[in-house]
Design a protein around this ligand. Structure first.
Ligand code: WTA
Length: 629
């Protein structure tokens, strides 16, 4: 462990004051607790107008030495990763720091032996098995930039991400277990690679044992691994060298490859992990996210390992073999900190509470929530049934772009308030703005913005710095604009109210509506489409697609299933709209812009609060849409 601890409300207030008064010396003290090959000569260089952010300039390090080597010295036999397989009958694995270090080094050598080198982009498309975490760390070991693509994405989405970063290598598996199903990862990867000229080798892990096709670029993981040993000194990286790229949806069709750097990301994920979850040496911590998302990067792998924690990796889903799997696993591994998403809580809450109550959850000390606003009912169910009213709940607000948690209570240290993310972390200057960009004081509701950089802010969008500027720094010059709205109570607690842009959070997954519309428009019978979110009791939000068709005679049912299949193929099953409604027109402004605000109200069934629609180009279409539902 490193001493980063905030153990009382007073510690929090002191840290907050120190970080606000002298952010550089505050972060210097924290960064000093890590192992650097060379100390930085400047702590921070930034200009939100350019925009440019750099932390710990001139510092040299390798994040894997901080996550592995130093714990091999101090606690070699401590469990680093507990792997819980999809099938409860398959044995769990306990991988010690020593063992993990050896596995990472060996895989790092395997990557090198197959041509990978510092700065190369390596795409990882794998199930939630330990080899995924090992591969991520192996890339970091040799200074290759990893780009993990969630294993639920389609071939087209995978290819787009590989090509955006010109990845030279793909690491995948034959298939992945997910509940009672198998995802044919290799088949999907094969289809993707037909469109990816830069990929020179594809390393395939055997997980399901299913039959797969074999191409000239393919290499079996186990064959390649046999040829190398586990002696792999870490590549020395500059603090600002990219560590990874992770794609997130935006308001245009193209995914944004957020780039995180080595030094600042390490410092902030470790600091936030330890303090938010109040992790104590020997605790077992479990985050149920997938490593395909930022939560998995920061709070399954890097944050926990950087403080020497024991982190659980779960391959399965909450409903398999039954709806008590989470609680069974908590009891089995004596989990102390449990971190999940509101959508999972809402899905489980629908089942009898005896499914929770029959398991011994007395090891739990802290519960966490992430990914979307948590509603009151879910919050209380989580508190009553899982936490038995004795576990603080940390509602952590952050983003792929922020790298780590920016607003959250610190478990048991600062006050919680149901459905509120509460207070910004030390060093995070969160403000609320009105539409003109004026800062609001005291109790208020507005647009959330951050005034000053923190170490783990994404440095750019891969290959498109201009877009980085436009999306995050142009709406309100001088601030980082996350795209969320929020309200603040008199005590300064923040409650996130939801997105203020065209991103919809469905079951905790960030989905841009633009790429879904592009997919729908590919259908030969679709002229135009508009996709909006509407409230859904389990998923938080679901998607409603309004489509204008050429030939209204086509059978609705056929069209709807074709459109859903098209979205699944282009993006992935998570993006399939729940509702597809054929309409004769879309409400538009006189300048031809689709009025999404009105469509959102229509999709939510809020016909009485549409506001003034008389200025629309085609007000009649609104009544028509209402009548047709
Ligand atoms: C939303 C996930 C309310 C928010 C870590 C944000 C939340 C987007 C919370 C980022 C929370 C995340 N309360 N909303 N505790 N956490 N969000 O990039 O809209 O997948 O902008 O990162 O999720 O999603 P992302």
């Amino acid at each position: 462990m490193i001493d980063l601890a905030l153990r009382s409300a007073q510690d929090y207030h002191n840290a907050k004051a120190a970080a606000t008064n002298n952010s550089e010396s505050f972060w210097d003290d924290i960064a000093n607790q890590f192992e650097w090959h060379q100390k930085w000569d400047k702590t921070l260089d930034y200009d939100f107008h350019k925009p440019e952010v750099k932390w710990f300039l001139g510092g040299k390090l390798n994040i894997t030495e901080n996550c592995l080597d130093r714990y091999v010295k101090s606690q070699p036999d401590q469990t680093a990763i507990i792997f819980e397989p999809n099938d409860p009958k398959e044995a769990a694995q306990h991988i010690s720091y020593k063992e993990l270090h050896s596995r990472v080094c060996r895989v790092a050598n395997m990557l090198k032996a197959n041509g990978a080198k510092k700065g190369d982009r390596i795409c990882i498309y794998m199930p939630m098995v330990p080899e995924l975490a090992v591969t991520v760390l192996a890339c970091a070991r040799i200074g290759a930039i990893h780009s993990v693509v969630f294993a639920g994405f389609s071939a087209a989405a995978l290819a787009a991400r590989i090509n955006d970063a010109d990845c030279t290598m793909l690491i995948t598996a034959d298939g992945g277990f997910r509940g009672a199903k198998i995802t044919p990862l290799k088949d999907i990867a094969d289809e993707a690679l037909e469109q990816c000229p830069t990929v020179q080798s594809c390393i395939v892990l055997k997980r399901t044992g299913q039959k797969v096709a074999w191409n000239s670029v393919d290499i079996w993981w186990h064959d390649a691994l046999e040829k190398v040993d586990d002696n792999c000194p870490a590549e020395i990286m500059d603090s600002e060298d990219p560590l990874f790229i992770l794609y997130t949806s935006g308001s245009t069709g193209k995914p944004k490859g957020m780039v995180h750097s080595c030094g600042g990301y390490m410092v902030y994920t470790a600091y936030s992990f330890q303090n938010v979850f109040q992790y104590q040496k020997g605790d077992v911590y479990w985050c149920t996210a997938d490593i395909g998302w930022i939560t998995g990067h920061s709070y399954i792998i890097y944050g926990p390992l950087a403080v020497g924690a024991t982190t659980v990796m779960f391959e399965g889903i909450p409903s398999y073999p039954d709806y008590d799997r989470f609680w069974e696993v908590c009891a089995k591994h004596q989990v102390n900190q449990f971190y999940t998403a509101p959508t999972a809580i809402r899905a489980l809450q629908k089942h009898p509470s005896t499914l929770v109550d029959k398991h011994d959850l007395s090891s739990l000390k802290v519960l966490g929530s992430v990914g979307e606003p948590i509603n009151t009912e879910a919050w209380h169910w989580y508190d009553d049934h899982v936490g038995k009213n004795k576990c603080p709940i940390v509602d952590t607000w952050w983003q792929t772009e922020t790298g780590g948690i920016l607003i959250s209570s610190l478990a048991g240290v600062t006050k919680q308030k149901p459905t509120y993310a509460t207070l910004p972390m030390p060093g995070i200057q969160a403000v609320l703005l009105d539409n003109e960009g004026n800062e609001l004081e005291g109790e208020a509701e507005g647009i959330l913005a951050i005034k000053h950089p923190w170490p783990s802010i994404a440095r750019t969008i891969w290959g498109d710095h201009n877009r980085y500027k436009n999306v995050y720094f142009s709406a309100y010059p001088g601030y980082y604009f996350p795209g969320d709205g929020a309200l603040r109570d008199a005590q300064g607690n923040f409650r996130i109210t939801g997105r203020v842009d065209d991103v919809v959070i469905v079951s905790g997954h960030n989905l841009g509506t633009a790429p879904i519309e592009n997919a729908l428009n590919e259908h030969p019978n679709v002229v135009e489409s508009a996709v909006v979110g509407f409230p859904h009791d389990v998923k938080g939000n679901a998607l409603h697609a309004f489509v204008i068709v050429k030939d209204a005679a086509e059978q609705d049912g056929v069209l709807v299933s074709e459109l859903r299949a098209l979205v699944a193929k282009t993006i992935g099953p998570i993006a399939k709209p729940d509702r597809i409604q054929v309409v004769s027109g879309l409400p538009k402004t006189r300048s031809g812009k689709i009025m999404r605000r009105i469509l959102r109200k229509l999709a939510a069934g809020e016909h009485d609060s549409l506001g003034d629609i008389s200025t629309l180009l085609n007000p009649d279409v609104v009544q028509e849409i209402i009548d047709m539902r």
